[in-house]
Ligand binder design. Structure first.
Ligand code: FAD
Length: 456
């Protein structure tokens, strides 16, 4: 029983109690869109086996998820195909519904002995779970599977910076950074088949959805757990050994590209961490990668979980808002409209390349994201306007947008999780980044050329 490998601290109990009379155990898959290394799925499967009932898995697709467009939906639908295939092989019924999650899940849960969910930290995901909990009569537990260390285990408050959360995470890594690999063949035998539930999954197509189609599908990033796994293999083999030395250089593309897959839960951060740790890459490379994947990423989860206003300017630390306010009337050399920014029509070829990379591929290089954000502060009439523009562009074009990491990454540009630096115009004491720094450290013209080649 793999459920015995799941720490109780991963369980968020919404409605306690023993299973009630029902026809199945229902796993409401929402955040963790994968069949592998999924604690929620395995907890539900084991609960079903213990009750002698079949397992049913349901995913609910809304076509009005805040900020999502065809680029995001296409990626997600590709991922759901993989889930459907994998669950079919296990004999588990999987259905996808186009509607509002609370209504659908409440209806399906009316026949369930037990409802199991998974955990995302955004406001809407929390609201959905609360809403579901208020509508169902059976017990409802969500299982936290999209972080290495459960957020509440790390801290009970919004952490100040990476340096304050790092020791809290590291203290618990030996306990949580453990393999979670059920024998899939055995799992298939253990799952009770559900013949009466297995009409072929009616998975909506992109054309069935009323979504914004102005942003094209990002063809360089096929969605799904199979694509994620293949990409991770390649990264570990070919790039990880140089990650600690070369990851910041936009010209060389040393990065894992895991963020789109992590955003949709198509790969488990625990699986990535485990495979990276087990690799033969130099210890410095492994350490540098796990710092990003676990410490930085889980700092974002901590921030969004404990700051309900994570997408509002008012969430910034007081020192940052005060210093930006003191400099709000400083003259700007140039102010660009949102449209000019969106069209990459600034005077700065480096910034334009970053914007074009995001629009064309659905993923901007990590280091360029920082530069990109800082420049929009410099070129906006007010910091509040810059904050809104950045979130808008980030969430519209990045496949990994609308993520805890995106809200936190944008806020970092305004001083969140950072410290005051020397005072200067417009930014006050918020850290500044200059084009000359890019030119000094990297082959930034090489980066510009490579983006142009992609776009032309
Ligand atoms: C302005 C701005 C906006 C951002 N928007 C997003 C966003 O919308 N979605 C998103 O997932 N990330 C965002 N980030 C964080 C980071 O840039 C991306 O996670 C990273 O570039 C993803 O590429 P990768 O998977 O190839 O990274 P890798 O370098 O291979 O890192 C592996 C994983 O570590 C985590 N990670 C890496 N860098 C960071 C970081 N700085 N903060 C937190 N976690 C990190 C990510 O989960 C990433 O997938 C943003 C950062 C900034 C400064």
């Amino acid at each position: 029983m793999i459920a015995s490998m799941i720490e109780n601290s991963r369980l968020w109990v919404y409605r306690a109690g023993a299973p009630v009379a029902g026809r199945y155990v229902l796993y409401w898959m929402q955040q963790a869109q994968r069949s592998r290394w999924n604690h929620a799925l395995e907890w539900a499967a084991d609960s079903a086996a213990a009750c002698g009932l079949p397992l049913r898995v349901a995913f609910v697709l809304t076509d009005d998820f805040p900020g999502a467009n065809a680029r995001h939906y296409a990626f997600m639908l590709q991922g759901l195909t993989d889930v459907e295939t994998a669950l079919r092989q296990r004999g588990v019924a999987f259905s996808v519904h186009l509607d509002q999650p609370p209504a659908v899940i409440a209806e399906l849960a009316a026949e369930a002995a037990l409802l199991v969910g998974d955990v995302g930290y955004l406001r809407i995901q929390k609201q959905w779970r609360e809403d579901v909990a208020s509508r169902v009569r059976c017990p409802f537990t969500a299982v936290e599977t999209d972080v290495v260390v459960p957020v509440a285990q790390v801290s009970d408050k919004a952490e100040y910076a990476a340096r304050t959360i790092r020791p809290r995470i590291h203290r618990q890594l030996a306990r949580y950074l453990q393999p979670f690999t059920p024998d899939e063949a055995a799992a298939g035998k253990q799952d009770r088949q559900t013949p009466w539930l297995t009409p072929p999954c009616q998975r909506p197509a992109l054309s069935d959805l009323l979504v914004d189609t102005s942003v094209g599908v990002a063809s360089g990033f096929p969605g799904g757990q199979e694509a994620a796994s293949a990409r991770l293999d390649r990264f570990i083999r070919e790039q990880l050994p140089r990650y600690h030395t070369d990851r910041n250089d936009p010209a060389n593309g040393i990065c894992s590209d895991m963020s789109p897959y992590l955003h949709f839960g198509q790969i488990s951060p625990l699986e990535i961490a485990w495979r990276v740790k087990a690799s033969s890459a130099p210890a410095e490379a492994v350490e540098a990668y796990l710092e990003e994947l676990i410490v930085r990423r889980e700092l974002s989860m901590n921030s969004v979980h404990y700051r309900p206003d994570y997408d509002r300017y008012a969430m910034l630390p007081a020192w940052a808002r005060q210093t930006l306010d003191r400099h709000r009337h400083d003259p700007r050399e140039v102010v660009y409209t949102r449209q000019q920014l969106e069209q990459a029509a600034t005077h700065d070829p480096y910034w334009n390349a970053a914007q074009m990379e995001m629009v064309a591929t659905g993923k901007m290089h990590n280091y360029m994201r920082m530069y990109w954000g800082k420049k929009v502060i410099e070129w906006s009439a007010a910091p509040e306007a810059a904050f809104e523009t950045l979130l808008h562009l980030n969430n519209k074009y990045e496949i990994d947008g609308r993520d805890a990491n995106g809200f936190t990454g944008v806020a970092w540009c305004f001083g969140l999780h950072d410290r005051p630096w020397g005072e200067r115009p417009i930014f006050g004491m918020v850290r500044y980044m200059a084009a000359s720094g890019l030119a000094r450290k990297f082959d930034i013209d090489g980066y510009v050329r490579s983006v142009r080649a992609l776009v032309d």
